[in-house]
Design a protein around this ligand. Structure first.
Ligand SMILES: Nc1nc2c(c(=O)[nH]1)N[C@H]1C(S)=C(S)[C@@H](COP(=O)(O)OP(=O)(O)OC[C@H]3O[C@@H](n4cnc5c(N)ncnc54)[C@H](O)[C@@H]3O)O[C@H]1N2
Ligand code: MOO
Length: 432
């Protein structure tokens, strides 16, 4: 038997390299990016206004008071999207150009006393360095003039060029998992098909003569198979491609045939059931007969003790317990870091790294056990700002329903005494 940390690391090291592919923006959410993203341009690429209001030169407001306001001539309107770059060199500009009639009209005036009406997001010409929302100015002569009655500092209400993202900045690091916000950032930088690590093709094979598919009636002794669905759905949420190889009964021959078929089609194969000590628990023996390389069998943890991990023809074969909650615990605690692997991390995110200190809200009874216990539980932040966790009512590994309510595992180290409400315990959240 090996420790859960060791099992987690061994599984991590067994995973095949990830391919790299270019994927359209909406399809790459949850994928891990395979390259550093360095901004090739500023975002925004020009100074813009955060308000619907007026842009002007702050120098015009020096020594201005409520009894001595300044009057600013409004010479144009800047809608969002309009290019006002030509205005940046006003002193050099050809003010007689017929394409700039409003400037033409006012070619002799001091541009420092001028301003423009701006819309939220509109480009601010370089000659202006401040903006006031229209509610904060006096408006005269049908918006031909505005009155400002206090000193306004330079850069007031100006969204500077590159405020969000600077050209040359490392925005997303290789390996980061792409959230919807990463996708938005990539879009604003002009990416349409970022390069990401390709999902794994993961096969699921459930074993047990007692199993039937969900659409079937159940005769006495039979149960509907749920493991392929809860595991398959979890894998899909992680962005992997799932191939369901269905149910195989407890027959060594059929099991060997199915494993042979599955490994030829997938990057990783998950099996459930048949890994314990019963007369029909064939999975480890069949794999042994097939000359699969065994990495380990059994982990010092409960649930999930009988986990068997091997490699057949180069393909990792992860054989989980048939007990629904046990297979999910092995998956969340030992397998998930390997499947979230972005390709470059040398070591798995350990259970320790994933643990958060919490205060127990309800006693956990002592169980004489030299195994680590991972008690399904729920954690939350109380109104007092403290992080609490509480165990579920029934901790049995055959019960899946409790997983709907649980959001993680309370960690009980080997040979622990009873843990009382108020004691500090580690909690490992499930990345649902
Ligand atoms: N004498 C011993 N008996 C058991 C031991 C032991 O050490 N000595 N270990 C127990 C532990 S711990 C576990 S966990 C289970 C693991 O058993 P298997 O992995 O061999 O799984 P099965 O026996 O095939 O199934 C267990 C349980 O889960 C149900 N099952 C199986 N597949 C599915 C599925 N796809 N969907 C839903 N439910 C499934 C199955 O009917 C059984 O009830 O062994 C203990 N026994
Ligand atoms: O180790 Mo088992 O998975 O508790 O029932």
């Amino acid at each position: 038997m090996i420790s859960p940390e060791e099992a987690c690391q061994k599984i991590y090291n067994l995973m095949p390299d990830r391919n790299i592919e270019s994927v359209s923006l909406l399809s790459c959410v949850e994928s891990c990016i395979s390259e550093n993203i360095i901004a090739q341009e500023d975002v925004p690429s020009f100074c813009r206004s955060p308000y619907d209001g007026y842009a002007f030169n702050s120098e015009a407001t020096r020594n201005v008071t409520s009894t001595n306001p300044v009057e600013i001539d409004i010479i144009d309107t800047v809608p969002a999207g309009k290019n006002f770059e030509y205005f940046n060199n006003l002193e050099d500009a050809d003010l007689n150009s017929p394409s700039k009639p409003k400037l033409n009209d006012r070619k002799k005036q001091d541009w420092k006393q001028t301003g423009m009406k701006v819309m939220t997001g509109g480009m601010i010409p370089d000659i202006y360095d401040a903006v006031l929302p229209w509610e904060q100015v006096g408006i005269k002569d049908k918006e031909q003039k505005i009155l400002i009655n206090k000193e306004i500092p330079s850069q007031h209400n100006i969204i500077p060029k590159g405020e969000d993202i600077k050209k040359g900045e490392l925005v997303i690091k290789e390996g980061e998992k792409l959230t919807p916000y990463h996708i938005g950032v990539l879009a604003s930088l002009g990416f349409t098909h970022p390069r990401v690590y390709a999902p794994y093709k993961i096969g699921i094979l459930v074993t047990g003569t007692e199993l039937v598919n969900p659409e079937n009636d159940i005769s006495p002794g039979k149960i509907r198979s749920s493991n392929n669905f809860s595991l398959g759905a979890t894998l899909q949420c992680m962005g992997h491609e799932v191939l369901d190889f269905g149910i195989v009964g407890d027959s060594k021959k059929k099991l060997a045939e199915k494993i042979e078929e599955a490994v030829s089609k997938v990057d990783i194969l998950l099996t459930t059931g048949g890994v314990s000590r019963g007369d029909y628990d064939f999975v480890p023996y069949v794999l042994e007969e097939m000359k699969a390389k065994r990495l380990f069998w059994r982990v010092k943890m409960k649930p999930g003790t009988p986990l068997h991990v091997s490699q057949y023809q180069g393909t990792p074969v992860i054989s989980l317990s048939g007990n629904p909650a046990a297979s999910m615990a092995s998956f969340h605690l030992l397998l998930a870091p390997a499947l979230q692997n972005n390709g470059k991390r040398q070591t798995a995110t350990s259970l320790k790294e994933r643990s958060h200190a919490s205060f127990l809200a309800k006693d956990i009874k002592k169980k004489t056990s030299s195994l680590w216990r991972f008690v399904r539980g729920k954690a939350w932040i109380g109104n007092d700002g403290v992080f609490y966790s509480t165990p579920i009512a029934k901790e049995k590994p055959n019960m899946l329903k409790t997983m709907i309510w649980a959001n993680g595992y309370i960690v009980v180290p080997p040979d622990s005494q009873a843990i009382r409400a108020g004691d500090k315990v580690n909690f490992i959240p499930i990345d649902k």
